[in-house]
Structure formats: C-alpha cells, structure tokens
Ligand binder design. Structure first.
Ligand SMILES: NC(=O)c1ccc[n+]([C@@H]2O[C@H](COP(=O)([O-])OP(=O)(O)OC[C@H]3O[C@@H](n4cnc5c(N)ncnc54)[C@H](OP(=O)(O)O)[C@@H]3O)[C@@H](O)[C@H]2O)c1
Length: 293
C-alpha cells in the first residue's frame, strides 16, 4: 500500500511515539521524524522513515504533524524554541498534539496555531505501551469536528477508538480525569496490599485475591507480573504520572475544584521520584509503599 500524497511528520519518539509511528509506516505513509535524542529514531529509519535534525525540517515537509512529547515544556521548546515547527508549518496544516498537557496550555497552543493560520487538535491517548504496540489506543480529542474528521484515518490506524469530547481543552480535560483515577487507584491498591502484608497476609494471596476481583480496577491485571517479580520496567514512566497529577492540581486550582485524594497520591509519586524511581513504571509506587512490609 502506498499513500503518495500524504507525508506525516512525527516528533517525539519515546515509548509511545515510537510505537504509534509503526502503524502509519505499515500502512504506506511517507513518514518524517524528529527526536531530541536522534538514536531513538533508528528502528523507524531502518523501516523507511526519513529522519531530520530539527523540528522545523519535519514541519516543512508535513501534510499532518503529530507530536508525542513528555510535558508542556517539551512541547513549547519543540514548537516555539530554536528551529521550532510552528513557524515552519505550511498554512492550514493540521498539528495534532498527543502529549498529555493541561487544558489551559492546550488552548494556548490552539491560539498560537490559529494566529499562524494553522489548524490544531489535542489528541491525548488512553492506553499504554502494549496498546500503542497493538494500535489499540483511545484518542481523546479536543478541537473542531472537521479537523477530527480530516485526520480520523490516521488516528484509527494507531488507535481502536476516537472520542471527540468538544472544543480545544475538553479532550485534555477528560484525559486528566482518567489519569486522576489511574494515579489515585494505583496508590490506593499499593496501600491496601501494604496494609494486608502488615496484618500478616502473604503478598501472593493478596495479589491473587485482589487483582481481577470486584474492588480493584481492571488495568491492574496487566501489572500483576510487575508486582510479583518487582520488575518495574516502564510502560508509563512514574515521573510522567507525577507530572500528570501536578497538572490535575493546576487545572483544579484554575477552576476552584477540590481534589484532596489526588493531592495525597501526588505526594507519594513525588517521594518515589525523589527516591530515584521516576524512570520506572508508575506502578513502582507499589514498591515505595510496600518496602517496609
Ligand atoms: N507511556 C504511557 O503509558 C503513556 C500513556 C498515555 C499518555 N502518555 C503521555 O505521552 C507522552 C509521552 O510519553 P512516553 O511514555 O512516550 O514518554 P517517554 O518515553 O519519556 O518519551 C518522551 C518524549 O518526549 C521527548 N522530550 C522530553 N523532553 C523534551 C524536551 N525538552 N525537548 C524535546 N523533546 C523532549 C523525549 O525525547 P528524548 O528521547 O530525547 O528524551 C521523548 O521523545 C507524555 O505526555 C505521557 O504523559 C504516556
């Protein structure tokens, strides 16, 4: 299959971005990539992607531009910093930011795009490394309907579902709600197991009984081996969960919402980062809370 008229630019080839691109490649799109650490692009280049050395060079060749970057600062630097892509995108090009940021930042990027006669969508994702590998992400989108429709075929190659929540800021708002639940539920689970162990129940019995049962979230099934083997190799780095709960706090403060549970969970991720666990999976907060038992 060949898609001769469309070049997809992709910036940010970490755990998520590198896996998302493979589905576009497999479907014949011409792909131009940039990553701050260039070596991470090698696997994609071996399969035919064109690697360039600045974000601006990606932009000048792109029909659609995707970003999948760590945090708002990374997006700002790549979009508006030296050799940034925003001033290099051809008029009317659609930029789709899949990074987890916060609603006010996303609205700011929409305004920066519009002032340059560009189109913008936020399309953060639900799902982690395994879903990115299998093309089974859920895109939670904010922006104009016509822009969602124009890139829907690309989103549907990388994901199994596209949820258009509303205008700019609304997709990322829902993503933050999801990560509030993900982050707090992991801490609650870790604390529950620690309590059980302190009461004399073995870890094995606790994991077997709780995971997959009616009171724990289904995503824990995919984390069971990590708890059992204490191998917390990252699928979703803990430092980004900490960042996401910081953004939940900022978003809540902007609108005066109360999030006491999220603040407590964020403290645990903060401690984990301080103890050097930031690059492990976010489930390593389990290790933090269980180390004393
Ligand atoms: N992993 C998950 O399960 C998951 C799930 C849903 C959403 N997300 C979100 O998706 C985004 C990417 O996550 P990930 O897991 O793929 O993280 P990752 O593996 O750490 O990749 C982060 C990417 O951002 C780039 N980056 C970081 N700081 C930068 C800067 N200052 N300037 C330019 N580039 C910079 C990194 O470049 P280098 O390679 O040079 O470091 C890399 O390409 C994050 O917003 C995360 O919250 C992740």
């Amino acid at each position: 299959m060949n898609q001769p008229d469309i070049t997809v630019g992709f910036i940010g080839l970490g755990i998520m971005g590198s896996n998302m691109v493979t589905h576009l490649q497999a479907n014949g799109y011409r792909i131009v990539v940039y990553n701050r650490t260039p070596e991470k692009a090698q696997g994609l280049v071996d399969r035919g992607a064109i690697q360039v050395s600045t974000p601006a060079e990606v932009a000048s060749q792109s029909t659609f531009l995707f970003t999948m970057l760590a945090h708002p600062n990374a997006v700002t630097q790549t979009a508006l910093g030296e050799n940034g892509f925003l001033d290099a995108l051809p008029t009317n090009t659609l930029w789709v930011d899949c990074s987890t940021v916060n609603p006010s930042f996303s609205r700011h990027m929409a305004a920066e795009s519009e002032s340059r006669h560009l189109r913008f969508l936020e399309a953060p994702v639900a799902g982690s490394k395994p879903q990115a590998e299998r093309g089974e992400l859920v895109f939670i989108v904010g922006g104009k309907t016509e822009d969602v429709e124009s890139c829907r075929p690309l989103l549907e190659l990388m994901g199994q579902r596209v949820v258009h929540v509303g205008d700019h800021g609304m997709g990322i708002s829902l993503k933050l709600v999801l990560n509030h639940l993900l982050g707090t539920s992991m801490v609650a689970f870790a604390e529950g197991v620690a309590l059980g162990r302190a009461l004399g129940i073995s870890q094995e019995v606790l994991l077997k009984t709780l995971i997959g049962g009616p009171v724990t979230p289904p995503y824990l099934v995919g984390k069971q081996t990590k708890f059992a083997t204490a191998d917390f190799t990252a699928e979703f780095p803990l430092q980004w969960m900490h960042k996401d709960l910081q953004m939940v706090a900022e978003a809540a403060q902007e609108i005066g919402a109360m999030i006491p549970l999220s603040e407590l969970a964020q403290e645990q991720y903060q401690t984990a980062v301080q103890q050097g666990l930031g690059q492990l999976d976010f489930s390593a907060v389990y290790q933090l809370l269980n180390e004393a038992t």
